[in-house]
Design a protein around this ligand. Structure first.
Ligand code: PLP
Length: 400
């Protein structure tokens, strides 16, 4: 008889994974669902990246690699951080894993002692609190309201730091809001961190190339160079190059932390897939037109969807700076009654109403730690986005 270990009982299955499973079930049962809960690009991996993988197989690159990844991939990562952010990293400051998710988990496993606190600004990516809890740490959730652009302020950070604080997690552009920090925002946060030398920063920049503003995206290690040795800068190929299934993520940061991550990796998976590493190295170093073309399409979708949502009574949507999600507020529908006679009391009630009555799958804001909101993904066709907006509008107009 199997009884899970305490660390398993303490955490839950990712709510977005659960939402995707529910959509698959409903579709299989014949329901007409517009899926706006997706967390991955709708585009296919570029053909030239697939070709690079075939070529790696043909060259016999089908064996274990070094724990910290192939030389080619590490060089590609170093060059990419230099090219895009002007940051210099040495080879022993780079680690590679089976997705950024694995690297983030290993970083926490490598550094969090029992009871250590990890500051997680909300709304947050659903996995952060559970990753901290699974590694015996304590997530300290800091609410970042819409009127602060869903961003952590220096004051809120200062108030959350205690002698037990080990990490601050920053994720920009954010999943679920698409909010990003300006250089000035980062300098203010940096001033607080410089006063607290024991706090490390996990900077999850996985969406930093899905970016809509004219001025380039920046990151804490670039905006406040004095902090670079305390920042683990995580990224990966999943979102930028539509390579979620290839499972390659990586990070750059202080050598002792990277060595600890690699030590764990040596006992956990030895290394990520050799073939995927070859494909990722090619993606990072070859023609970047896929990135430009896909971002142009995401931007058109963002502009269309935000305009439509902001015209729907009861909803309001901040325009995201990056990533492929919208996080509309639904305060205006709370307390209203559906045609079926149910009162909408929460964002969960609202997304269930959308799913049941008009066939739109979204994720409730409660899953991201800030209500009443819901997350819509725009990593789907314009046709699906139009259908979703029509249906959401119909659903909101039917409330009394
Ligand atoms: N970080 C954030 C904020 C994400 O949204 C995701 C994926 O949903 C990841 C990390 C994980 O990406 P990967 O596919 O590299 O594991």
């Amino acid at each position: 008889i199997f009884v899970p270990a305490a660390r398993v009982s303490r955490i839950k299955i990712s709510p977005t994974t659960a939402a995707s499973a529910r959509v698959r079930e409903l579709k299989a049962a014949g329901r007409d669902i517009v899926d706006m809960a997706i967390g991955e690009p709708d585009f296919d991996t570029p053909d030239h990246v697939k070709t690079a993988a075939h070529e790696a197989i043909d060259r016999g690159e089908t064996k274990y690699t070094a724990v910290n990844g192939t030389v080619a991939l590490r060089k590609a990562i170093i060059a990419d951080y230099k090219r895009r952010l002007g940051l210099d990293y040495a080879d022993n400051e780079i680690c590679v894993g089976g997705g950024a998710k694995q690297i983030l988990f290993l970083a926490l496993m490598a550094s969090v002692e029992e009871g250590a606190e990890v500051i997680v600004p909300a709304p947050y990516w659903v996995s952060y609190p559970d990753m901290v809890i699974a590694n015996d740490g304590k997530p300290v959730i800091v609410r970042c309201s819409e009127n602060q652009g869903f961003k952590l302020t220096a004051e809120a950070l200062e108030a959350a730091i205690t002698p037990k604080t080990r990490w601050l997690i920053l994720n920009a552009p954010s999943n679920p809001t698409g909010a990003a920090y300006s250089r000035a925002d980062l300098k203010a946060i940096g001033d607080v961190l410089l006063r607290h030398p024991d706090v490390l920063v996990l900077s999850d920049d996985i969406y930093d190339q899905i970016w809509y503003r004219d001025e380039p995206a920046t990151t804490l290690a670039a905006a406040v160079p004095e902090l670079k040795d305390r920042v683990l800068l995580a990224n990966g190929v999943s979102k930028t190059y539509a390579m979620t299934g290839w499972r390659i993520g990586y990070a750059a940061g202080p050598a002792p932390l990277v060595a600890a991550i690699n030590k764990l990796q040596s006992q956990m998976s030895s290394c990520p897939s050799s073939i995927s590493q070859a494909a990722a190295a090619h993606a990072l170093t070859s023609d970047q037109s896929f990135v430009r073309d896909s971002v142009k399409l995401y931007k058109e979708r963002r502009d269309y969807a935000c305009a439509r949502l902001n015209a729907i009574p009861g909803l309001s949507c901040l325009v995201p700076d990056g990533a492929f999600y919208l996080y509309p507020g639904c305060a205006g529908v709370i307390g209203k009654t559906t045609p079926g006679g149910k009162v909408i009391e929460s964002d969960l009630d609202f997304v269930l109403y959308l799913l049941d009555d008009v066939g739109v799958a979204a994720v409730q804001g409660a899953a991201y730690g800030l209500s009443p909101y819901f997350r819509l993904s725009i990593a789907t066709s314009m046709e699906a986005i139009k259908a979703a907006c029509d249906r959401i509008e119909k659903a909101c107009r039917a409330l009394r």
